[in-house]
Ligand binder design. Structure first.
Ligand SMILES: *Cc1c(COP(=O)(O)O)cnc(C)c1O
Length: 413
């Protein structure tokens, strides 16, 4: 048997039936019409934000990195509970506008912005997080041709990274942002061109579960922002401190201690250097806000035995859940939390008739595995399987065209 990650604490069961926003899985599937199905919960989205607001200083804005989940009803819901949206493409800009997000609360990062994307962002008043001196030149030229002042922040490639993070986005040679020594000259150029230089974007990594590592990175980010601002000689209007808050996906992982992160942030914000006194600070989070608020539901299509192992073949797979299959930037494949929808056993399997199974998807590749030798209550064909932690980088980051099964249905309840 191989262990799975912990169940997110937000899910309750009634007689073994998982209940989401007061609804049974059976009724949710009936209403949506079919599986595979992503179900996102408004209650959990709100709970996560409430917990975060309580832990973080009031002065700190919280932005949503929409690449984690761009389902329109989720965007519309997040629009009303966060302070800003971070985008990574012109397509996301369209989606955010379509969901009613005010462009003045949007910032746009990404290492390869095309002229058409820059133009759209400048026209709509989105803050650009500029990733290179040549991108700055293009922004200056496009703004001049449009006769509009661009809002331009500079993305820094910090010389440090977020320790222990799942994906490093800073420290050493990187395609993201500009090395620290390029920042001041580029900021001056933007200011001299008459455009609005609005600050820094410092993003050092993702999926960290260590409060200490996050605190260390944030304190380095504050120092870096102060040093660069002094070099430029202008107070930045905003500093985006990045994020990197992770969620537990795997066995032995525990939630990050956001209270201690908030307390450290509070200490720094109460002792800011002169040049940052009037600066607005924000963090940008994706998976932390939406990851645990979503589940991925599939139905068992077949059950078979091979060389003594039991395989449950479900109607979904890695084409919707690349990360859970272990193929989205992980070195060793480990099990996400997974459960049987109408036989949810939160702690002890001793009370139910259970078995060790492989939960596999319907694609013709051995990579398509959602549960590797997991212990689950006994099931039959037709039963629904729940994969947790599916609210982020599921539908947005999986190859749904692969093998032609099509996209999963999504619903927000
Ligand atoms: C992807 C990304 C995020 C969100 O990352 P999470 O791990 O989902 O919180 C935030 N900022 C930037 C610049 C990103 O590229």
């Amino acid at each position: 048997m191989k262990k799975m990650g912990p169940y997110p604490p937000y899910y309750e069961a009634n007689n073994g039936q998982i209940i989401i926003s007061g609804r049974s899985i059976e009724s949710i599937i009936r209403e949506a019409g079919a599986t595979p199905l992503f179900v996102y919960s408004r209650d959990i989205l709100s709970k996560k934000m409430d917990e975060l607001r309580v832990a973080m200083p009031n002065r700190l804005d919280i932005h949503y990195a929409m690449k984690a989940n761009s389902y329109k009803p989720v965007l519309e819901y997040m629009r009303d509970i966060v302070d800003g949206f971070d985008l990574a493409s012109g397509g996301e800009l369209d989606q955010a506008i379509d969901a009613g997000v005010d462009p003045k609360n949007m910032s746009f990062a990404g290492p390869g912005k095309r002229d058409s994307e820059l133009e759209k962002a400048i026209k709509t008043g989105v803050t650009l997080n500029i990733e290179s001196p040549t991108e700055a030149d293009r922004v200056i030229a496009i703004a001049a041709s449009l006769g509009i002042r661009a809002k331009a922040a500079l993305r820094v490639n910090p010389s440090f990274d977020l320790k222990g993070s799942g994906m490093k986005m800073g420290g050493g040679a990187k395609q993201f942002g500009m090395d620290e020594d390029l920042i001041a000259p580029t900021a001056r150029k933007i200011i001299e061109s008459g455009n609005f230089w609005c600050g820094f974007h410092i993003y050092a990594g993702s999926q960290s579960l260590s409060a200490d590592a996050i605190i260390e990175t944030q304190s380095k980010s504050f120092e870096l922002a102060a040093r660069l601002a002094n070099e430029i000689g202008v107070t930045p209007k905003t500093v985006n401190l990045g994020g990197g808050f992770g969620i537990p996906y795997f066995h032995n992982e525990v939630p990050i201690d956001i209270k201690s992160i908030g307390a450290a942030m509070d200490r720094i914000l109460s002792n800011l250097p002169e040049i940052l006194q009037d600066t607005k600070f924000c963090i940008e989070l994706g998976r932390y806000l939406v990851g645990e608020a979503g589940i991925y539901l599939t139905t068992i299509v077949d059950r078979k035995i091979s060389h003594g192992e039991t395989f449950l073949v479900v109607d979904g797979g890695l084409h919707h859940q690349l990360a859970a299959s272990g193929n989205f930037g992980t070195v060793i494949r480990r099990n996400y939390p997974i459960a049987v929808a109408d036989n949810f056993v939160k702690s002890s399997y001793a009370e139910v008739d259970s078995e060790i199974v492989n939960v596999v998807g319907c694609l013709c590749t051995p990579l398509d595995m959602l549960g590797d030798k997991v212990l689950l209550p006994k099931t039959c064909v037709g039963d629904a399987i729940i994969l947790f932690c599916a609210g982020a980088y599921g539908a947005t980051a999986s190859p749904s065209n692969f093998l032609g099964h099509g996209q999963a249905i999504e619903t927000l309840i």
